[in-house]
Design a protein around this ligand. Structure first.
Ligand code: ZN
Ligand code: ZN
Length: 365
């Protein structure tokens, strides 16, 4: 480097340390980029080649410190993110990619903000495999093995689809679960028809791996102290689903979305609308016996009058047997006995093989 003065070298080193690209410096000083590299190497400040040529930057340690934001984005990545494999070795993950619908593009900008990254949000069109319709999508892809390592430490796996589990330590973290719901869940109100009456029912629905759905049901039960809702396998598919409906969904949404560090704007708006609505109290009739006035329990009677009614009738009528051929047990729900009902709820078929509490050996078609 005979033609670089000491002043020029000092200038190069200073600007290089301010993260100016090597190419620009080489151009300005009229030298090869290798000259810039040796000048910085001589000064002992050279970055490794890969880092020096990095076009977009990010904070690869964003997931190393606990924070509500970290919990939220971890949940979101568990639901909607994927680790990208290296082109040379598919077993090695080299980056993270998150893809969303076009309308949720603003959420990727928020993710960039959390990552202190300047990665571009790419927009493209994808064709749905199920409906064949085209729709707008967007994604952001970050290549960083440091980021991949810290995500793996937090339990994000490569090709995790439907094998994902709740990372330890996040079981009762509301920010984590809001991230999961924003990624793979839905929040809304549906119209339920009961006889001739129509009523609005708020619902929080989650689709995902069996372990994540069960983890969510457990989280909800821990929060409101009520019974755990069963996660069910979707008939003929490999994923599970769990629904929290009605009066239970309102405080849940309030707890998840009120004053959260970050949330998907679209779902937060629906959650806010549901949480602020004045929901009618559960309508409970009264006993049909004149002058009783106690709350309704069953068959038109209160608890007391119902037992008197059955006593007068000579005992309760016998239940019909279970719908499953060969099963003689009395039916209790949906035409099934308790054991067959539970299998139907969990696996979508009352005769699925495998023991209750374990995944079925064959997934019913
Ligand atoms: Zn009564
Ligand atoms: Zn049965």
């Amino acid at each position: 480097m005979p033609h670089l003065s000491l002043v020029a070298k000092a200038d190069i080193v200073r600007r290089y340390c301010n993260s100016e690209p090597v190419n620009r410096l080489a151009c300005e000083f009229g030298v090869w980029s290798s000259t810039i590299y040796s000048a910085t190497k001589a000064a002992g400040v050279a970055r490794p080649r890969g880092a020096a040529s990095r076009k977009y930057t990010l904070d690869a340690g964003a997931f190393d410190e606990p924070s509500p934001e970290r919990s939220y984005w971890l949940g979101f990545i568990l639901a909607d993110g994927c680790l990208i494999s290296s082109r040379n070795d598919p077993a090695v993950a080299v980056g993270l990619s998150i893809g969303l619908q076009e309308r949720d593009g603003g959420h990727l900008v928020a993710f960039n903000r959390f990552m202190r990254s300047n990665h571009p949000v790419n927009h493209h069109t994808v064709k749905s495999r199920q409906t064949g319709r085209e729709y707008g999508a967007c994604n952001v892809t970050m290549y960083s093995t440091t980021l991949v390592e810290s995500l793996k430490r937090l339990g994000i796996e490569q090709r995790k689809s439907l094998r994902e589990r709740v990372p330890p330590g996040f079981e009762n973290d509301r920010d984590f679960w809001r991230g999961v719901i924003d990624g793979d869940g839905s929040v809304g109100v549906y119209l339920q028809k009961k006889g001739s009456r129509l009523r609005d029912v708020p619902v929080v629905h989650l689709v995902g791996s069996r372990w994540v759905c069960e983890g969510f049901a457990r989280f909800v039960a821990n929060q409101d102290g009520r019974r755990e809702v069963a996660a069910r396998m979707v008939k003929g598919r490999n994923h599970s689903q769990v629904s929290i409906q009605g009066h239970r969904a309102v405080p849940l949404l309030r707890m998840l979305y009120t004053k959260g560090c970050c949330a998907l704007a679209r779902k937060a708006a629906i959650a806010g609308e549901i949480a602020s609505r004045d929901w009618p109290k559960r309508a409970r009739g009264t006993c049909s016996v004149a002058g009783c006035g106690r709350p309704h329990y069953g068959h038109g009677y209160c608890v007391r009058h119902q037992s008197l009614h059955w006593a007068a009738a000579g005992g309760k009528p016998a239940r019909r047997p279970c719908e499953v051929t060969g099963c003689e047990k009395p039916r209790t729900a949906h035409g099934f006995c308790p054991a067959h009902y539970r299998k139907w709820r969990l696996y979508g078929s009352p005769t699925a093989r495998g023991r209750i509490g374990r995944p079925p050996r064959t997934v019913p078609a």
